[in-house]
Design a protein around this ligand. Structure first.
Ligand SMILES: [Zn+2]
Length: 488
């Protein structure tokens, strides 16, 4: 079956016509690519050139600019995924109906067949998990801090955080911070927490919705809940005999993270969670002091308050303030225990909130989340230009001196670290060079991600539009024909 229309493919393979423009006459070219007679095909080619060329602007700049660019690139990726999911629904509805209307012309069907095959090809290069796991466990490096607390304020947008998280605002410059880092898509609790701990995107770790089907029947048909198929930072820490503890409101979320020896405490609001954490530190003090600790404390209140009262409500703002006070309680406890020189606290959020929602929303409205990293390893007062939620797991691994999770795509936020402190613990290190190198490689990965989702989205959008156009034209012709016959 000659469904692969070569001419058609050539017209879509944009570098070819661009180069050949200079080699062959226009007349000949029009003969070769009859599609060029239609302005719309020039538009299509232009849109692809724009897609390929415009993200290139993100690849250069100073280090703080590159940090910001990386966050922007990840935001573009999330936005493209959102568009992809939205267009997919329209695409699957419009195209079959449109093809039925067009049905009369075999030649045209062939072209559309070629288009469909192209999109199938594009859709089929789904993310491949790189299994680069070496069997031997690499030796642990000297930790920069032996205890790490990761605290997530559920549903807390960066701007609200930096306005109402009073305790952290007052202590901000004791640590390194970023006004905003970006969470990932879909902008909900499970996918983002799993991304935070695995250092990769939901499309790779597989947990693309919350468990319990609370969102499953909505707009986005491709996304569903699955337990993660990627390694998380608790599992890595466990291999190195570090105590791991999860204090998470959702039970299932706690159960799909960590390993066999992970302590899990589930259910409950912020105050209760922090109280359990403080009790845990008392009860396990000896064990923690001997082995170190990686703990995650999930504070649910801002999300609940946001859903109830909206992101402009007193309820939401005061929940953020209360959660920051709870961080203050932990901060105080760490000092009481005499752990302040050997402990890191990282505060961030899993997603933002706009009005009273954060799901099925244009991602840039809800993906900005705050980052505050406190402890001796950090450069006091340093402000990062940006970051991503997937960068936290590799950064924590760097602090603990253990490898990042196996599927991690994130980078270590090197610039946040105090160079002389790291040198003291680990020997010679050049923070600037490492930061630049990792930013560039991460931007290259983001570029391929943008191309992948961009090509799929754009192709689907054009196919939908073309089918609509052809169908409309054929429908008009058919109607004219019917009217002509009637009047005869
Ligand atoms: Zn959440």
């Amino acid at each position: 079956m000659n469904i692969l229309n070569i001419k058609f493919f050539k017209a879509f393979y944009f570098p070819y016509p661009v180069f050949s423009f200079y080699q062959i006459s226009r007349k000949k070219m029009i003969a070769m690519y009859p599609f060029y007679k239609r302005k719309i095909f020039l538009l299509i080619i232009l849109s692809y050139i724009l897609l390929v060329a415009s993200p290139l602007a993100l690849l250069s700049g100073s280090i703080p600019q590159l940090e910001n660019n990386l966050a922007v690139a990840d935001a573009v990726r999330s936005s493209l995924l959102y568009l992809f999911d939205t267009i997919l629904v329209i695409f699957l509805t419009v195209v079959p109906i449109g093809l039925l209307v067009i049905g009369g012309s075999r030649r045209r069907l062939k072209r559309l067949g070629a288009l469909s095959i192209m999109i199938l090809i594009i859709l089929s290069y789904s993310p491949v998990i790189m299994g680069t796991s070496s069997q031997a466990i690499p030796e642990r490096e000297n930790p920069l801090a032996s205890k790490v607390f990761i605290i997530t304020f559920d549903g807390t947008r960066a701007d609200a955080f930096w306005q109402y998280a009073e305790f952290i605002i007052n202590h901000r410059d004791e640590g390194a911070w970023a006004y905003r880092i970006v969470c990932t898509y879909p902008t909900i609790t499970y996918p983002n927490h799993v991304s935070l701990f695995t250092g990769t995107w939901p499309q790779i770790h597989g947990t693309e919705l919350n468990a319990g089907g609370e969102y499953s029947s909505q707009q986005f048909i491709l996304r569903r809940y699955r337990p993660p198929r990627a390694e998380d930072i608790f599992e890595v820490a466990e291999k190195y005999n570090i105590v791991t503890a999860i204090f998470s409101a959702p039970v299932t979320l706690a159960s799909i993270l960590g390993g066999e020896s992970t302590y899990r405490f589930t259910g409950g609001e912020g105050e209760e969670m922090m109280q359990r954490t403080l009790n845990f530190l008392n009860d396990h003090r000896t064990e923690i002091e001997a082995k170190g600790l990686l703990a995650w404390i999930h504070l649910i209140d801002p999300d609940a308050a946001g859903h109830q009262g909206g992101s402009d409500s007193y309820l939401y703002h005061s929940a953020i303030r209360r959660m920051a006070d709870l961080v203050g309680a932990l901060y105080q406890k760490i000092h009481e225990l005499g752990w302040e020189n050997d402990t890191v606290i990282i505060v961030t959020a899993d997603h933002g909130m706009i009005g009273n929602r954060h799901y099925g929303v244009w991602p840039p409205l809800v993906i900005d989340v705050p980052l505050w990293m406190w402890g001796k390893p950090f450069r006091s007062g340093l402000r990062l230009g940006g970051g991503r939620i997937i960068d936290i797991a590799p950064t924590v691994a760097f602090i603990l001196g253990i490898p990042p999770p196996r599927e991690s795509e994130g980078i270590v936020l090197y610039r946040a670290f105090n160079e002389s402190y790291v040198k003291e613990k680990r020997g010679e290190i050049d923070i600037e060079t490492l930061a630049l190198k990792s930013l560039k490689s991460a931007l290259a990965v983001e570029y391929t991600e943008i191309l992948k989702w961009g090509l799929a989205t754009l192709t689907m959008a054009w196919i939908t539009l073309l089918v609509l156009l052809f169908a409309f034209r054929d429908f008009k012709k058919l109607r004219k024909e019917l009217i002509r016959r009637k009047s005869m």
